[in-house]
Design a protein around this ligand. Structure first.
Ligand code: PLP
Length: 480
């Protein structure tokens, strides 16, 4: 069953914050979203003008219904609207005792409009906070809840410790409003504070950012990640979303949450290294993959037709873990079953492999499906079912005996000009001397086997290829 995550939050008609934002996050992470609105706000992209709390008896009935019906893996609590609504939520938590409850203590909008009055804040602090597994105040919320001035690392620590003494099981104080880097700090009883560094994204379109972070933490917990991983991944999700804002009015826009597929595809760029079907002695796939990633490869493809299925799955799980440490994509050639068994990012399909539309049915919407295409016609046919196209062999290659005659950079240009609507990966005979040409011809990534696996120094070879690609990336916009 798909894990269910419940948000109990405010309704924002402009769609950027509250339940709509939370449901977008749940959907993007593959969790089933449930929602109970605590209050209707009157707001548009220019700000909040009024708050109308929902009748507490309606909230009671909705929560009791959902808890009786669904197996809820995590709960996110956002804007509460008033004391009666906060008490309803506390009552339901006491009665149904859900696992993994995240409280985002929303007190006021960025424009200064109060979203929870003083009696409501009292209920939040004394009745709700002790029932939650994590509370995620920003600096001003931490200040309002503790009575301290919170503006730097040491005052964050004082406030975090005070909220732990008030009964919170864990506190994440968000540093988005710090004057320097936006470092968030996690406080847990008996453990040293843990800082999560982040780079500031220059944007005015931050409406609902706190909603995204808390709902993403809840969803990652529901998917089985531990608290530290969930915070780290949620912070990355928010940072990425801030880079793709949705601006639908004359005021502030909101961070755009991409689908898991779009997030993966956004990382398909640069050097793409395949494992060698007949490796040189001492160059097992793990050694190759570690060297390639250390040199700057962004995508790894496991291609092996010799191993038994259990051994292939074991190897795939191992290589996937190594790729994740480097935030690189991990693709498996041909074997859709091994993609699923190892939780890889996607599959690459050649002409004799499963049809891409069948692979999509098995893999679902989130994973990447790469399809080999040698002609404009093949690219047009494959594109509707593919996440990306592998175009080649561009140059003559000795690694793959069935690759056929090289199609040349001209073919890559033709396919790019036909705008198949999916990124292109150049493959076949790519080396240091021509990788920049492949990029200029329209490839988003360039795939190599022997240029890394047969190099005297694999890491150094990967680095030179990756650097050649990066330098040209600055000068060239592919598909432009
Ligand atoms: N409306 C709702 C429903 C919210 O949950 C929030 C914040 O969490 C806001 C408005 C305020 O958003 P902002 O701080 O972007 O003004």
């Amino acid at each position: 069953m798909t894990p269910s995550v419940l948000t109990v939050a405010g309704f924002d008609p402009s769609g950027g914050a509250g339940v709509q934002a939370d449901l977008r996050v749940f959907a993007s992470l593959g969790a089933a979203g449930l929602s109970v609105a605590t209050a209707l706000t009157v707001q548009d992209t220019r700000g909040v003008r009024a708050v109308h709390p929902v009748d507490a008896a309606v909230i009671d009935a909705q929560l009791d219904g959902l808890f009786a019906d669904a197996s809820i893996a995590a709960v996110k609590i956002g804007m509460l609207g008033g004391a009666a609504q906060a008490r309803s939520v506390a009552r339901a938590l006491n009665l149904h005792k859900p696992m993994r409850v995240i409280l985002d203590p929303v007190l006021a909008s960025t424009g200064g409009f109060s979203l929870l009055d003083v009696p409501g804040r009292e209920v939040l602090l004394h009745e709700l906070l002790p029932l939650c597994d994590l509370v995620t105040p920003n600096l001003s919320e931490a200040a309002a809840l503790t009575g301290l001035s919170v503006c730097d690392e040491s005052s964050m620590t004082q406030a975090g410790e005070k909220l732990l003494r008030a009964g919170a099981k864990a506190v994440l104080i968000k540093g988005g409003h710090l004057s320097d880097a936006p470092t968030d700090v996690l406080f847990r009883p008996g453990k040293p504070p843990l800082a999560f560094a982040g780079a500031r994204v220059a944007t005015a379109h931050t409406h609902g950012t706190g909603c995204l972070l808390s709902s993403a933490i809840a969803a990652f917990l529901a998917l089985g990640r531990d608290l530290e991983d969930s915070v780290r991944e949620a912070k990355e999700l928010v940072a990425r979303a801030l880079k793709t804002p949705v601006v639908a009015g004359s005021g502030r826009g909101y961070p755009g949450v991409a689908s898991a597929h779009a997030r993966r595809l956004g990382r398909l760029e640069g050097l793409y290294v395949l494992t060698d079907p007949s490796p040189l002695p001492g160059r097992d796939p793990e050694t190759l993959v570690r060297a390639a990633l250390a040199g700057g490869a962004r995508v790894i493809q496991l291609r092996d037709k010799t191993l038994s299925t259990p051994d292939l799955v074991r190897l795939a799980i191992k290589l996937n873990g190594i790729a994740r440490e480097h935030d690189a994509l991990f693709i498996i050639n041909d074997r859709v079953d091994v993609v699923l068994a190892s939780d890889a990012d996607g599959v690459h399909l050649g002409p004799d492999d499963m049809l891409p539309e069948d692979a999509r049915r098995l893999l679902g919407a989130d994973r990447l499906i790469g399809v080999s295409a040698g002609t404009v016609e093949e690219a047009r046919r494959a594109a509707p079912h593919a996440s990306y196209l592998g175009v080649g062999a561009i140059f003559a290659t000795a690694t793959k005996s069935d690759a056929g005659a090289p199609v040349g950079l001209g073919r890559l240009r033709e396919i790019a000009a036909a705008r198949p609507g999916v990124p292109l990966v150049a493959i076949g005979g790519i080396d240091e001397s021509n990788i920049a040409d492949a990029l200029r011809a329209g490839a988003a990534a360039a795939a190599v086997v022997s240029a890394v696996s047969r190099a005297a120094d694999m890491k150094e070879a990967a680095k030179r290829l990756a650097d050649g690609f990066k330098a040209n990336r600055l000068l060239t916009a592919p598909n432009a």
